[in-house]
Design a protein around this ligand. Structure first.
Ligand SMILES: Cc1cc2nc3c(=O)[nH]c(=O)nc-3n(C[C@H](O)[C@H](O)[C@H](O)COP(=O)(O)OP(=O)(O)OC[C@H]3O[C@@H](n4cnc5c(N)ncnc54)[C@H](O)[C@@H]3O)c2cc1C
Length: 368
């Protein structure tokens, strides 16, 4: 009999597995994909670590989490500073004094604030009732038209006027010449990629890992072999979609190896016009300051999620939040199952949050 069966070898499941194994517990991790690491999986292609499920930049202000993750990899000094390409015009992100200067020629923060204030006037003091109005109230019409409108519509597959305002309750706007996307104290990319982190977490004599197996294909067997289950798959699937299906946004990636050294000069370029079908291009080598002769790029397309697609972003609107609450109540009645991670809790989590949550759950669970 195992102490824990862990469904999913992503960051949550692997951190929990490692903590349990260190306490002498017998653990088995099952994973339906043919590799460990979940969505942080990176794979070497043409000597470059490719982020297979979307660009991942580690950032946190939590010193304990930062110290924890560094046991498993050395981190470089990468700072996320994406740029936007609008019909060939390049703007710095997040919206900051460099963006405002390029757009309007303004030099000081006061001039930039005044410009935004003037553009906000089109709303006539109206409380924003949709995403378009919310964006204009935060950054004015020019930034909305060039950098937000079409990008957001591509992401959500719907017009900004039909999207709820809460999606962009806050926008990263900065009145300094600082292109660093994140406000966190610590930031970087693991040299050599993310997969090594999970491989090291799972490399323990008390942990057995089985790939290419789906919990639901042999559910009764897996439920019988362990005292407890840590479940990091989709919560609605665990309950056989009893109340209905939780919705996600999905992504499609097109990756190419190019016979050139440097394609776009930056790891992340967002395409904010409506004509380009993809939302962004990732050039992976720049995450690790690569000097290889070739380069690998990935075009990222946003798409509607359908059952069977990879679920990426939960849709936290009223309908889905209400549905999730019902599943959450059911989950509380499962005394031998711990639900965790982004799919188990139907919530977008950054990596540092997942680590913190898994460490917290393990501490609570393994206290004696
Ligand atoms: C496009 C994108 C970009 C991101 N960028 C960043 C970033 O820059 N910085 C950051 O901090 N975070 C980022 N994140 C968030 C990060 O990916 C998550 O925090 C992290 O991967 C969550 O880990 P997890 O273990 O909860 O889930 P996952 O990584 O999804 O792991 C769950 C695992 O469970 C497996 N599984 C599911 N169901 C079953 C089943 N029935 N049987 C067996 N196995 C199963 C899945 O195959 C998967 O491997 C990003 C996320 C996305 C989608």
């Amino acid at each position: 009999m195992l102490d824990y069966l862990i469904v999913g070898s992503g960051l949550y499941g692997s951190v929990f597995a490692n903590e349990a194994a260190k306490k002498g517990k017998k653990v088995k991790v099952i994973e339906k994909r043919d590799h460990v690491a979940g969505n942080i999986y990176t794979k070497e292609t043409a000597g470059i670590n490719v982020h297979q499920y979307g660009a991942h930049i580690f950032h946190t202000s939590d010193r304990a989490v930062w110290e924890y993750i560094q046991q498993f990899a050395e981190f470089n000094r990468y700072t996320n500073a994406p740029i936007a390409n609008f019909h060939g015009e390049i703007y710095n992100l997040p919206f900051n004094m460099n963006t405002f200067n390029k757009l309007w020629g303004v030099i000081t923060p006061d001039e930039a604030k005044q410009k935004i204030e003037e553009q906000r006037a089109v709303l006539n003091g109206k409380t924003p009732g949709n995403l378009e109005e919310q964006a204009i109230s935060l950054v004015g019409t020019d930034i909305y038209e060039k950098l937000i409108k079409s990008y957001t519509e591509k992401q959500w597959g719907r017009a900004c006027q039909e999207l709820p305002a809460f999606i962009i309750k806050r926008l990263p706007v900065r009145f300094t010449y600082d292109n660093n996307y994140f406000n966190d104290i610590y930031q970087g990319i693991p040299i050599g990629g993310y997969t090594q982190i999970v491989e090291k977490l799972l490399d323990h004599p008390n942990i057995e890992v089985e790939l290419n197996v789906d919990f639901f294909e042999n559910r009764s067997h897996y439920e019988a072999i362990a005292e407890k289950i840590v479940y990091t798959g989709m919560i609605d699937q665990f309950f056989d979609y009893e109340y209905g299906v939780l919705e996600y946004r999905s992504l499609r990636f097109e990756t190419e190896i190019l016979n050139q050294e440097n394609f776009q000069g930056n790891a992340v370029v967002n395409y904010t016009d409506g004509e380009t079908p993809y939302t962004r291009i990732i050039e992976h080598k720049h995450f690790e300051f690569g000097t290889q002769e070739k380069t690998v790029i990935t075009k990222e397309y946003s798409k509607e999620w359908q059952k069977g697609d990879e679920p990426y972003y939960p849709v936290n609107d009223q309908k889905n939040s209400d549905l999730y609450r019902k599943y959450f109540k059911l989950a509380q009645t499962e005394k031998n199952v711990i639900f965790g991670g982004r799919l188990g809790l139907y919530q977008y989590f950054d990596m540092h949050q997942v680590i913190k949550a898994a460490l917290h759950a393990a501490k609570k669970e393994l206290k004696d």
